[in-house]
Ligand binder design. Structure first.
Ligand code: ADP
Length: 422
């Protein structure tokens, strides 16, 4: 077995996003949660290791990323991909810069790119400035982010503050001139002892050119967009067959359920759509959980007779007003943790009742459920909406899981998702 591409993602749903992109581009892909302790037994072309290294202290992020790198090298990966957010979520302390430095040093490489562009999701880079839709990153909602406020859109400056290496730019005029122009510019930057280049990209065409120019780099660092452009390199080298990468997805059959812990506007609309289509729904109230009432057992007793007739949904999703109320009474962290724990235990109970096809809305919620279900790796299947593929857990029991980051997906996401499963 040859694993071509080894990826290290700095968060959970970001890993699923990247894995989904690789599958779409024709690579059979497995996502592993945390650094595995054993070699893989599956035949795959790419592996994505999902870390939680976006916002923890930089020294911890470096240790975890190096552990992931060692495992990926041990299983023979030809190229390493460090995946971060398309809005370059980080602070002056890191963690993108320190992790890139550590990976470059460990791989003994003196050059890599940094390109969070994802034009399909309206993240573009021009003259080194990152745009979110029509606005500069520094003027987008990201400037208010509680953990990683992005107040500078110039990524050369942003990354230079985080790294000991010299950061340069590959401008769009070079990218537009195509792969060999990008390669020439990489050589020039290396001669000038520039070690990391932010790369402009405003379209998928640009990503394909950049991907082709990176074929010989031991390390690529990017959002999920560049994943579009890498499989073609392995195909050109004759090591990757043209294939439908979703083909070997294990089949699942069993009951269906949805768990909603996201309170994003997108999830609120998707939940309303699901209920309007007649799916039975059960609401979890954080105040009842705090009062110690038996919400988990009640939800499962409610679901049991209904599951035989079709999917059910259990949700904590509430309006911003109601969430604020619960947070005021219970504290922000306590409210979140109570709800996550209850939804994870409900998911576990639903699996005991025979559910084998499960959709989970919410990044933190997905993490809590997957941990509770003791799932360590996922095979990646077909895309439901950009950034959200179906996956199937690998292990004793195969469970089909769609893990939706809160804001992703169209309004009819849930019904669309079911239609993709046999
Ligand atoms: P998203 O992907 O939309 O950010 P997450 O699952 O990551 O969704 O985060 C949502 C957070 O809000 C979770 O910690 C969840 O437990 C919490 N939450 C969900 N419903 C409520 C509620 N009604 N009141 C307070 N907190 C809630």
């Amino acid at each position: 077995m040859t694993i071509m591409l080894g990826c290290i993602a700095d968060d959970f749903t970001g890993a699923t996003d990247l894995a989904g992109m690789l599958v779409q581009a024709g690579m059979r892909t497995v996502q592993i949660i945390g650094v595995p302790s054993q070699p893989l037994s599956n035949d795959v072309d790419a592996v994505v290791i999902a870390l939680k290294s976006r916002t923890n202290p930089a020294s911890e992020a470096v240790i975890d990323s190096l552990a992931a790198l060692h495992w990926l090298r041990d299983v023979g990966c030809r190229q390493i991909y460090f995946k971060y957010c398309s809005t370059f979520d980080s602070t002056d302390q890191g963690n993108i810069g320190p992790v890139i430095d550590a990976l470059m040093d460990a791989l003994k490489t003196t050059f890599t790119i940094a390109c969070p562009a994802f034009p399909e999701n309206k993240r573009t880079i021009f003259k080194g400035h990152l745009f979110v839709g029509d606005t500069l990153l520094s003027e987008s909602g990201m400037r208010e982010h509680p953990l990683t406020p992005m107040t500078d859109s110039n990524l050369v400056r942003v990354l230079q503050r985080q790294t000991k290496k010299t950061v340069g730019l590959i401008e769009h005029s070079t990218v537009a001139a195509g792969t060999s122009a990008i390669r020439d510019r990489i050589q020039q930057l290396q001669a000038e002892e520039t070690h990391i280049a932010i790369v402009d990209a405003i379209s998928n065409h640009d990503l394909l050119q950049i991907g082709a120019a990176c074929s010989e780099l031991p390390l690529v660092t990017a959002g999920s967009g560049i994943a579009l452009g890498l499989p073609q390199n392995f195909r050109a080298q004759g090591v990757l067959e043209s294939q439908d990468a979703t083909q070997n997805l294990p089949q699942t059959s069993g009951l269906r359920a949805v768990i909603c812990g996201s309170c994003s506007q997108a999830t609120q609309a998707q939940l309303a759509d699901l209920i309007a289509r007649g799916t039975p729904a059960y609401a979890i109230d954080p105040m009842r959980l705090a009062a110690g009432q038996s919400a988990v057992a009640d939800a499962l007793a409610w679901a049991e007779p209904l599951l035989q007739k079709g999917p059910v949904v259990v949700y904590a999703t509430a309006t911003a007003h109601d969430v604020r109320h619960a947070q005021k009474q219970l504290g922000v962290e306590q409210a979140g943790a109570l709800v996550e724990d209850a939804l994870a235990r409900i998911a576990q109970g639903l699996v005991t009742l025979g559910v084998r096809q499960l959709i989970i809305a919410g990044g933190e919620t997905s993490g809590a459920v997957v941990t509770k279900l003791n799932i360590h790796s996922l095979r990646i299947g077909p895309q439901i909406d950009p950034g959200v593929p179906w996956t199937v857990s690998l292990g004793e029991t195969s469970i089909a899981l769609a893990l939706k980051s809160g804001n992703f997906g169209s309004v009819d996401f849930f019904s669309k998702a079911w239609k993709l499963l046999p």
